[in-house]
Design a protein around this ligand. Structure first.
Ligand SMILES: [Zn+2]
Length: 165
């Protein structure tokens, strides 16, 4: 879904999926996780139960699969030797999103107080973009109505010109 808009849709930093039945103990930090991207293993690791839940409830802005895939894709696009059009698009609009938030404290404040994005989004820039893209997929109309600039940047970032978006 994430790469439907890209001509070059392969994520070179991703070679495998590791699936657990339920939450698992992370090899990265020994805490229990529902999902993670592990660059050393080039793996997206998922709790299958939580992956399915992301799709069973398709409008709560939680989608584990999309969330972890954004991390994998983002990691890949940040690599200095990645000059694919997809990486350029992603970086260009990611930068605009960051600028919108940095240059505009009121905008950021409105976003926080709207509760449209869960608090976890404000952990760091990586979580922000992962949660924003999850929400874009789950509730595009809500994002479009409440934060049209943000919506349009994500849409351009993913080149996502499809029905319903
Ligand atoms: Zn995350």
């Amino acid at each position: 879904m994430l790469t439907f808009g890209y001509r070059n849709y392969t994520i070179k930093s991703l070679e495998r999926f590791i699936i657990y039945l339920d939450v698992f103990k992370s090899k990265i930090n020994k805490a229990y996780h529902k999902g993670e991207f592990n660059p050393a293993y080039k793996a997206v690791v998922l709790s299958w139960k939580d992956f399915l839940e992301g799709y069973n409830i398709d409008n709560d802005n939680f989608n584990l699969g999309i969330h972890e895939m954004v991390h994998a894709m983002h990691f890949d696009f940040l690599k200095p030797n990645n000059d694919s059009i997809s990486a350029i698009l992603f970086e260009r609009y990611y930068k605009k999103i960051k600028q919108l938030l940095q240059n505009n404290p009121t905008y950021r404040q409105n976003l926080v107080s709207s509760k449209y994005l869960r608090n976890y989004a404000f952990t760091n820039n990586f979580e922000f973009i992962a949660v924003l893209i999850e929400s874009f997929f789950e509730t595009p109309q809500e994002l479009k109505n409440q934060f049209p600039e943000m919506y349009s940047y994500v849409k351009k970032m993913l080149n996502f010109n499809f029905k319903g978006y």
